[in-house]
Design a protein around this ligand. Structure first.
Ligand SMILES: NC(=O)c1ccc[n+]([C@@H]2O[C@H](COP(=O)([O-])OP(=O)(O)OC[C@H]3O[C@@H](n4cnc5c(N)ncnc54)[C@H](OP(=O)(O)O)[C@@H]3O)[C@@H](O)[C@H]2O)c1
Length: 329
């Protein structure tokens, strides 16, 4: 039998009912509060963060398979457990948690969501719901990209000379901080208004991507990069190749078509590999521990009350967020 705290029978949620339409297509509905299955916990959501994947799914990225309409978007949530299914092992009612919901079911823009225990991690005391909600997808994408270039996060690594593009975005702000934990020498790109933000989270040098030097990815020392972590869909292999050491490698997170072709057709010691992040519970735990120790923080672009979800959606869709866009329930 499930163990329950107090919960109402209905909840407010935000849904859309077809592809496209952006923020204007998001509608508030009153629907039944879900019941957790045997291996699920019911979370009262305190905060959620929006990722580009959320609105790309609305645009039809995974058409025709995902989503099933009507659909409650958003995968990254933080909240409190109010009910647990009978097969739940570790979590209990009252635990503060973070969850990375599966993208084909999502459910994060709601007051409650039922989430498998396998994708839900206890949130250490002292980490706010907003900071924790920013972490899942962006955090473990940054972590896995840096691990792919051999980064050691315990301070024992010798580090390399690396470039991180879009160091100001949701993924980039975590990636810059994690790269510094790995002792890398970090050059990052971003727009002029964010040069200071990115320097403040640890980048050794910051390039404005709209200047000729920034577009050419040239740092002041003239040294080429051992690795490039590409987080912008504008990043092109033709620009990366001359900036790379020999051997050198690009780990491409936000791949465009031409980089995909380069990943298949490049046979030199300068290479580009495409990386798709996967939800790893241990990675989420590791990132939360770094946060607890004060070694990693969420850069918050903006906080939006649940009644103003459309503003948050629009901000993320603009492509100009500085850090994470948060919705608070
Ligand atoms: N491979 C995977 O598994 C995976 C996982 C998650 C996300 N992704 C992808 O990764 C990408 C980034 O995600 P995100 O959450 O970090 O996005 P985001 O938060 O929306 O990124 C916005 C930031 O990118 C900056 N930016 C845009 N174009 C730039 C350029 N050419 N050079 C430097 N900075 C630039 C913007 O700066 P300005 O405002 O100054 O322009 C803004 O600060 C998305 O395409 C997403 O779909 C991939």
């Amino acid at each position: 039998m499930a163990t329950a705290g107090t919960k109402p029978s209905t909840m407010r949620a935000v849904q859309y009912s077809g592809y496209g339409g952006g923020a204007a297509a998001l509608k508030y509905v009153d629907i039944p509060v879900p019941s957790p299955k045997k291996d699920e916990v019911l979370i009262r959501i305190e905060a959620a963060s929006i990722n580009p994947a959320d609105w790309n799914i609305q645009k039809g990225l995974l058409r025709p398979f995902v989503p099933k309409f009507p659909f409650i978007p958003v995968t990254d949530v933080a909240g409190e457990v109010v009910e647990v299914g009978p097969a739940v092992q570790e979590l209990k009612v009252g635990d503060k948690v973070v969850s990375k919901l599966v993208f084909w079911k999502s459910g994060g823009l709601a007051e409650y969501v039922a989430a498998s225990e396998s994708i839900t991690v206890a949130r250490p005391a002292g980490i706010s719901a907003a900071d924790a909600a920013g972490l899942p997808l962006a955090g473990f994408t940054a972590l896995q990209a840096l691990r792919a270039i051999g980064t050691k996060f315990d301070g024992t690594g010798s580090g390399s000379n690396i470039l991180i593009t879009a160091g100001s975005g949701g993924i980039g702000t975590y990636a810059v901080q994690l790269a510094k934990l790995g002792n890398h020498n970090v050059t990052a790109t971003c727009g002029a208004r964010n040069l200071e933000v990115v320097a403040n989270i640890g980048a050794d040098e910051v390039l404005d991507y709209k200047t000729p030097e920034g577009a050419a990815l040239k740092n002041s020392s003239g040294k080429k990069y051992d690795y490039i972590v590409n987080i912008t869909s504008d990043g092109k292999w033709s620009a990366f190749k001359p900036a790379l050491n020999f051997p050198g490698r690009v780990v491409d997170i936000a791949s465009n078509f031409w980089n995909f072709v380069a990943s298949i057709l490049t046979f030199s010691k300068k290479k580009l590999s495409i990386m798709i992040a996967s939800m790893e519970k241990e990675d989420l735990r590791f990132l939360l521990d770094l946060m607890k120790e004060g070694k990693l923080k969420t850069v918050v672009d903006s906080r939006h009350p649940f009644e103003k979800v459309a503003d948050a959606w629009e901000k993320s869709m603009s492509g100009h967020a500085t850090g994470k866009v948060i919705v608070e329930m």
